[in-house]
Design a protein around this ligand. Sequence first.
Ligand code: MLT
Length: 327
Amino acid sequence: MKKILVTEAVTGAAMDQLRASSDLEVALEPDLWRDPDALARAIQTADALIVRNQTQVTADLIQTAPRLQIIARAGAGLDNVDTDAASAAGIVVSSAPSENSLSVAELAIGLFLALARHIPSANQDVQEGNWNRTRFTGSELSGKTLGIVGAGRIGTLVAQRAKAFGMTLIVHDTFVDPHAPQYAGLDLSFVEMDELLSRSDFVTVHLPLLPETRGLFTSALFEQMKPTAYFVNTSRGKVVDEAALAHALDQGCLAGAALDVREVEPPSPGNPLAGSDRVIFTPHIAAFTREAQERVVAAVCRDASAVLRGDEALGYFNFARPKRAFT
Ligand code: MLT
């Protein structure tokens, strides 16, 4: 029987249905990503691998998987999968590229509001028995300038929602066509990064992790922001140099930040931003809504079972069918 190895917590109705299949065995081992040796042993007999973002699917791991036909990533980013090595081995790589975009966009909007209205610190203060109303005077989003770095699916969804809040939208993305139909009616101004940073009241990042985006946000960029501005990252932690952000916050180059993603996840206790009261932290939950997870889990279960049954993966990144023979 073909075996699907699941190395992180990928659960829900579609997974239950997959586990009930009579022709496929599902090994659901949500903590296996923590133990590379056990993972390397388990993958030797796997025909499909389902992961989130914590399993490091390296070239070495792929070499130890002679039967593997598909790596299905329950999420959008493929930065934890060596896609070149998988493609060279003839293994399908598939993902759920748009299934969680709306949830990520909504969290970004939530973080703008949380920063602008000091919601986490006001909550903390009331929990401590206080009632300090003027201390938490905030600002409206309406009339403020939002700088969107990365105008792909998520950046565009953020733009649509921010427009409804009455924000002025400026965008930096050198890979997209500013005249593409999805931008019609959004009143976006495409600008250089320098201009975006110096004009924005909120900067929101929606970039994939690529060699050219790794460590992009350094001191030189934070120093160009307004001292009253906020920085929000719901994309990938490694696009930000956290030591540079901590220094910029200390120097008053910007007013605050909200980070759903971190350079190292989970962050080590001694990381440069540990304990910062100018930053709102969430534990990489942008995609964690019931709706998004239902869509994401359905997509990866569909692709894993399709490939093992000789059909095509729909969310494929490289090719729809494996290029190695079934054993
Ligand atoms: C994604 O890439 O889809 C999100 O960041 C969620 C995740 O990494 O699992």
